[in-house]
Design a protein around this ligand. Structure first.
Ligand code: SF4
Length: 351
């Protein structure tokens, strides 16, 4: 087959993406579930999800004349660290996607290049002079996992992640919305079956039912998107996760069996990046934070958010070795860091 759709798919693979699929730009079948999820308050303080949910579920409201959503996936699995480091409570744990440089810097230029390729390929026969398109890498109003299922990339698991049969769920997703028609892929007919491992393992019970995530309790939300104090009752449950959490993905049989090492260089594994020493992090001033984390996903939390999380992890470590650093942190100029350092000191003393 040498159709335009096929050439687009080949180009995406050449550009370094692991997966590509094509879906029609119509209302996502998950739209009603998404509205119910919002109504239950499960988006917590992520106001951008609450605003204008209709656009997020229907690309035709985002781009005039939208007909197609191209969805790409990129594996970010690298390898499993040595077990002794993995379980060392003096080190913080970062979600795998944050073990490298900022993935937007890889994904967005390549998505643009794919859009330009489609532009060039269709220029001759298009009625309008310009191809109308938008591209997103969690940067715009699109229910990306829902369209990834429609594009045949995989299915949404009970942990609410997109699971691709040949890769598991350690995937970055990106989308291009287009105003031309292509050949559409079919959704997968597979799923989780009777498995409930992710629901059982979640440290904060953030999955109250299959396919339902309560962001208010999710460690990924609490350590990254949440800007204020972490609820006191959840802090002891967070262990040493300081940026995101992979608990519900690590146990997933699909991911355990099929995760494939990423081919992209920006994800090279390094112990001290993947599991940094907590005592090093709590000592970072603004300049040191900038030097270490600018250009990485961690930058999103700012120093204030990261050190808040680190203080919680130090409290959960429970080792008096951390007390001098925490004593210093209770004089930090950021009230949020001071508050969590106080909590950590109390927790260590009660140990
Ligand atoms: Fe589905 Fe089991 Fe994976 Fe959860 S752990 S997403 S239930 S297969």
């Amino acid at each position: 087959m040498d159709s335009l759709t096929q050439r687009i798919k080949e180009k995406a693979i050449q550009l370094g993406f692991d997966l590509i699929g094509i879906a029609p730009a119509s209302e996502a079948p998950h739209a009603e579930a998404f509205r119910r999820w919002l109504a239950r308050g499960y988006a917590a303080q992520m106001d951008w999800l609450v605003r204008d949910p209709e656009r997020r579920t229907d690309p035709r409201l985002v781009l005039e004349g939208a007909q197609t959503v191209v969805v790409v996936g990129l594996s970010y699995f690298t390898l499993n660290p040595p077990a002794e480091l993995w379980s060392d409570p003096s080190r913080g744990r970062l979600a795998r996607y944050a073990w490298g440089r900022d993935y937007h810097d890889f994904m967005i230029p390549r998505l643009r290049e794919l859009g330009e390729f489609i532009n060039a390929e269709t220029r001759a026969w298009r009625k309008t002079e310009l191809l109308n398109w938008r591209n997103y890498v969690d940067t715009g109003p699109i229910l990306e996992r829902a369209f990834a299922t429609q594009a045949g990339l995989g299915f949404i698991g009970k942990n609410t992640m997109l699971i691709a049969p040949r890769f598991g769920s350690y995937l970055f997703l990106g989308e291009i919305i287009l105003d031309i028609e292509l050949e559409y892929d079919e959704p997968h007919a597979i799923g989780c079956g009777n498995c409930t491992r992710c629901l059982n393992i979640c440290p904060t019970q953030a999955l109250p039912a299959p396919y339902l995530l309560d962001s208010n309790r999710c460690i990924s939300y609490l350590t990254i998107e949440h800007k204020g104090a972490i609820p006191v009752e959840l802090r002891p449950l967070m262990g040493n996760w300081i940026f995101g959490c992979d608990a519900c993905q690590e146990v997933c049989p699909w991911t355990r069996r099929y995760a494939q090492p990423s081919q992209v260089a920006f994800l090279h594994y390094n112990h001290d990046v993947a599991m940094p020493k907590l005592l090093e992090l709590i000592a970072l001033d603004e300049a040191a934070f900038r030097a270490r984390f600018k250009g990485t996903p961690i930058w999103r939390t700012k120093r204030r958010g990261l050190l808040r999380n680190v203080a919680v992890a130090l409290g959960n470590w429970g080792d008096p070795t951390a007390l001098p650093a925490l004593q210093k942190a209770i004089h930090d100029h950021e009230p949020l860091i001071r508050d969590h350092a106080h909590w950590a000191i109390e927790r260590i003393r009660q140990n």
